[in-house]
Ligand binder design. Sequence first.
Ligand code: FES
Length: 578
Amino acid sequence: MSGEGKKLKLRSASWFGSNDKNGFMYRSWMKNQGIPDHHFDNKPIIGICNTWSELTPCNGHLRELAEKVKNGVREAGGIPVEFPVFSNGESNLRPSAMLTRNLAAMDTEEAIRGNPIDGVVLLVGCDKTTPALLMGAASCNLPTIVVTGGPMLNGKHQGQDVGSGTLVWQTHEDFKAGNITLDEFLSAESSMSRSTGTCNTMGTASTMACIVESLGVSLPQNAAIPAPDSRRRVLAHMSGMRIVEMVREDLKLSKILSKDAFINAIKTVAAIGGSTNAVIHLKAIAGRVGVSLSLEDWRHGYDIPTIVNLQPSGQYLMEDFYYAGGLPVVLRTLTENNQLAGDAMTVNGHTIWDNVKAAKCFNNAVIKPFQTPIFANGGIRILRGNLAPRGAVIKPSAASTHLLKHRGKAVVFESFDHYKQRINDPDLDISASSVMVLKNCGPKGYPGMAEVGNMGLPPKLLKQGVTDMVRISDARMSGTAFGTVVLHVAPEAMDCGPLAAVRDGDYIELDAFAGTLRLDINEDELARRIEHLESQQLNVRSGGYLELFRERVLQADEGCDFDFLVGCRGAEVPPHSH
Ligand code: FES
């Protein structure tokens, strides 16, 4: 072994470093995998925490990527050990992958803390896998680096580039409006997802990948290199090499995840036109590392122009983004315009500014100049008012400008089932100026806060050519979706929030510019209605994990973590198991 390794006080030595009964046991069982004696001689053990699963198709290539990480770890003198954690894929899991984000975070945290691990590589991709693993790792606070699976290649359909998810919403509305046939609708399926990787729009997966890079917890260019591109595999190799050095430098996650890093991430979300889900996940990650982050901190993004021209806010896809220079160009542009804390530390031991100062833009249509953005003030807006005392969010860059200030009559759906029963009714009393209100889809109500907030418009209005309406709910929305959609209303209806008190015909006032959301009824009447609300018990199964979830999940403004999981518990070595 190297002399350098001998100087280290490794955590894993508490398992493998003693010549007694315990050391015998820990080493002996590991040896059945063909590990030679000298590998236990004070070499950094790197846990590769893998969310590979055939049920999470976006992460289906991560075992191959893990091999590249292992090559890098070995080259740097470390010992890689790959292990699985719960993989919560967005496309298959019902009722919502969000329901199991905290479960995956718990799995990650306990797997790291309970095992002989000195440093961690998180292999993530699909929407919830990234925040889940980062939350779990942050609660342990070992040296940690993130490797994302990377986005799919551009979808190709009928001669056009088509984006993951965004194509689904668009073609479904076209089909309901009678603009395309069922055959045309179904033929788009195979064209959208034609390579390994995550959604290729600036949906939640890409947003979280960009957040990871802007937080400094991945190597530069991690966010956008397409999944099948050989450079993704090189990045995995280099990340494997780097994590071994991070262990030697004792560069823990908490040294990277500073308050400045989180504000940088908020500004980055505005610049990329990122997903509203970022509001919930960033809060939850910050909570795990002890950084105070509130909804008010999203004001830092209000004046940031959206310069990344990607669907659903814009035109292009992640593959184009990488070829245009990727996230380093965005970070350089923001720093040069005095918008980022360039001295924030990153996992490669350099500051953000050091990493991006030489970044070049190769396509100004995809990454626009700061002075000529696609939206001048693209940041996610926080709304407050008597309808959302603890806040709600809207993404102006995905909304219709003329609806951002709007007053309309409420059409209320008490649940998503109620919405499905009513929405196709030709006699439904609804017009383009109505405000669609969806209740009981929040963290506890659905449960898991499903991505149903961008509820489809009534077919009778679609046929009239209506393309957007104001929609309000306590649900979330897919990052690939668009529309004038107010989300994350807190407290949720299930918790007797004012949203539960809205009735058909009430007037609602939205002013995204002023940051307000009001139910226009007498305050005494609102108080009376809230007083008479009874916490509703929806028809969902009880017991098991669902019961834990509904009892302990925090509201959207608090990041939807479990109350007992907030905070960093460190990675103190637990007592021996025998
Ligand atoms: Fe997995 Fe979009 S469904 S990244």
